[in-house]
Design a protein around this ligand. Structure first.
Ligand code: PGA
Length: 271
């Protein structure tokens, strides 16, 4: 990571509540059912003794059921990478939040920048999907983040505001507290170029302040804010040192059990 003027994690327990480190593996369109089962057997054995972290793996839809079965009774949760907001109907190719729950998953990633950029997901769709996920008692992992053009045009914070406001429109204070929000600068995803601590710290502090302003201290403090974009075993500790970074959404470096486990242990040991 580049050196930067970032503030270390504030440990004054009176100033904020503790949030459990949250590590999520976003596999994207990788791994068959057999590969999923083999990975999870290996990973669950490695992570069996990890306490004090929320660990989630997001395989493709086709492997959700098998993943849920392998991880049943372990400390590893399963997420879908997207969902549709209707419960059922004539929506060829779509998968509902209710179906994801039925498959055994407990979490859903919503609004990933690849969904927004390649498949046309809008801010309004993200809001609809978020409501469907919450209505099914699943935990949403909502992705937001600016493109390089938006950052260069000094619009990063305005873009984050727009995406957050649209995503959470109509939510209650209690629902805000259960949210997981992933800040993923689009230019850092899959590029090997992660945000500097100063950049990540600024974005995360802004998001937390925004939630605090709209929903109050308790709801904002309870919400988990993840960083995503080229997270690796080598940079997780610097990221976790930032006051408002509560964990990570990991793509490429989550594809081997050993690498994702190294990220989990790095995160847990740095809090
Ligand atoms: P990356 O992907 O870790 O490969 O950059 C992160 C993501 O897209 O969630």
């Amino acid at each position: 990571m580049e050196p930067g003027g970032f503030s270390p994690r504030v440990t004054n327990p009176e100033s904020r509540t503790m949030r459990t480190p949250f590590l999520a593996a976003n596999w994207k369109m990788f791994k068959t059912v057999d590969q999923t089962v083999a990975y999870l057997h290996e990973f669950c054995a490695l992570a069996a003794d990890v306490a004090g972290a929320e660990i989630v793996v997001a395989p493709p839809f086709t492997a959700l059921r098998a993943a849920a079965e392998v991880t049943r009774g372990t400390n590893v949760g399963i997420a879908a990478q997207d969902c549709y907001w209707e419960r059922e109907g004539a929506f060829t190719g779509e998968v509902s939040a209710a179906m994801i729950k039925d498959a055994g998953a407990g979490y859903v990633i919503i609004g990933h920048s690849e969904r927004r950029r390649l498949f046309g997901d809008t801010d309004d769709w993200v809001n609809r999907k978020l409501n469907a996920v919450l209505a099914n008692d699943l935990t949403p992992i909502v992705c937001i983040g600016e493109t390089l053009e938006e950052r260069d045009a000094n619009q990063t914070l305005a873009v984050l505001d727009r995406q957050i406001e649209a995503a959470i429109a109509g939510l209650t204070h209690a629902q805000i507290g259960s949210l997981v929000i992933a800040y993923e600068p689009v230019w850092a995803i899959g590029t090997g170029r992660n945000a500097t601590p100063a950049q990540a710290g600024e974005a995360h502090a802004h998001i937390r302040a925004r939630l605090r302003g709209a929903f109050g201290q308790a709801a904002a403090d309870a919400c988990h804010l993840l960083y995503g974009g080229s997270v690796k075993p080598e940079n997780i500790k610097d990221l976790m040192a930032l006051e408002d970074v509560d964990g990570a959404l990991v793509g490429g470096a989550s594809l081997t059990a050993a690498s994702f486990f190294a990220i989990v242990t790095g995160a847990v040991s740095s809090v």
